[in-house]
Design a protein. Structure first.
Length: 240
C-alpha cells in the first residue's frame, strides 16, 4: 500500500522538541511522573513507565531527574501534582486536532490551548468531537533510503499488523499497542527503527499545501509550544 509521507512531519516535530532541551526534559519528566503514579515504580510491571524511560534516555534526561520524577509520582517525594487532560479541536481548514497535556493547573492549560487555537484560526471543540477519527496504534518508522523489502519482511516476522511504503521511500509499520514492546525489541536487535512510539493515527488525512499548509503548521507548532503539551495529533498532511 502507498500514501503520503509521514516521515517528514514526524521528523520535523521531533527536531523542534529536541532542539528545545528544556521542553524535551519537561515532557519526559512529566510522562515518567504520571506513569509511575498510575502504574507504580517497578518498570518491569509497568509498560507505560518502561516506554517513558526509553523516551527519557532518547533525550538524555539525567538519571537524577528520572529518579525524582518516579519518587514524586509514587508519593515518596513532594512536588507538583500533574493530571492528564485531552483537548480536541479543529484547524483553520477544518482538520482534526488532539492535544494531550499533563498539567498542575487545568484552568491555565485550557486558557493557553484555547488561545493557540483561536490565534491561528482554529477552534477548541468538545470531548469526543474528533477522537473518533483516530486509532491508537504502535508505529515504527524507517527513513527514506531504507531497504524497504527487508523492513517489511522484518515487520511481518515481528508480528506487525500492517505496513505502508510511502512516496518518499520511508516505511511505516503498524502494530497493536499491546504488541509494541515485543515488536520493538525484535526490530531493535535486527534493524532499529528511526522512530517508534504508541500514537494516535488518523484514519484519513486532509492534504494541505501552500498558504493553507503554512496556517496549519503555525497552529500545530503553537500547540506544541504550550508549556503543558505532551503530544499533538492531527489528520493534516502538510505537503511541500
Amino acid at each position: 500500500m502507498a500514501g503520503h509521507s509521514k516521515w517528514a512531519n514526524i521528523k520535523h516535530r521531533k527536531e523542534r522538541v529536541d532542539n528545545k532541551r528544556g521542553k524535551a526534559f519537561s515532557r519526559a519528566v512529566k510522562e515518567i511522573y504520571i506513569a509511575a503514579k498510575l502504574g507504580g515504580e517497578d518498570a518491569a510491571a509497568n509498560p507505560r513507565l518502561r516506554l517513558a524511560l526509553q523516551k527519557a534516555r532518547e533525550v538524555n534526561l539525567p538519571k537524577d531527574n528520572i529518579d525524582k520524577a518516579i519518587k514524586r509520582g509514587t508519593g515518596k517525594l513532594e512536588g507538583s501534582s500533574y493530571e492528564e487532560v485531552r483537548y480536541e479541536g479543529y484547524g483553520p481548514d477544518g482538520f482534526a486536532v488532539i492535544v494531550d497535556c499533563l498539567t498542575d493547573n487545568r484552568n491555565r492549560t485550557t486558557s493557553e490551548v484555547r488561545h493557540a487555537f483561536t490565534k491561528h484560526g482554529g477552534a477548541l471543540g468538545t470531548d469526543g468531537s474528533v477522537a473518533y477519527m483516530f486509532e491508537r496504534v504502535g508505529q515504527f518508522l524507517y527513513a527514506p533510503g531504507c531497504d524497504q523489502d527487508q523492513v517489511v519482511e522484518l515487520g511481518v516476522d515481528a508480528g506487525a499488523a500492517d505496513y505502508a511504503i510511502e512516496e518518499d521511500g520511508s516505511v511505516e509499520l503498524l502494530a497493536d499497542p499491546a504488541d509494541f514492546e515485543k515488536i520493538h525489541a525484535y526490530l531493535a536487535e535486527r534493524q532499529p527503527p528511526d522512530a517508534a512510539e504508541i500514537t494516535l493515527r488518523p484514519q484519513s488525512s486532509v492534504s494541505l499545501e501552500g498558504e493553507r499548509g503554512d496556517k496549519a503548521k503555525r497552529l500545530l507548532e503553537a500547540l506544541e509550544d504550550c508549556d503543558d503539551t505532551q503530544q499533538v495529533y492531527s489528520n493534516a498532511q502538510l505537503l511541500g
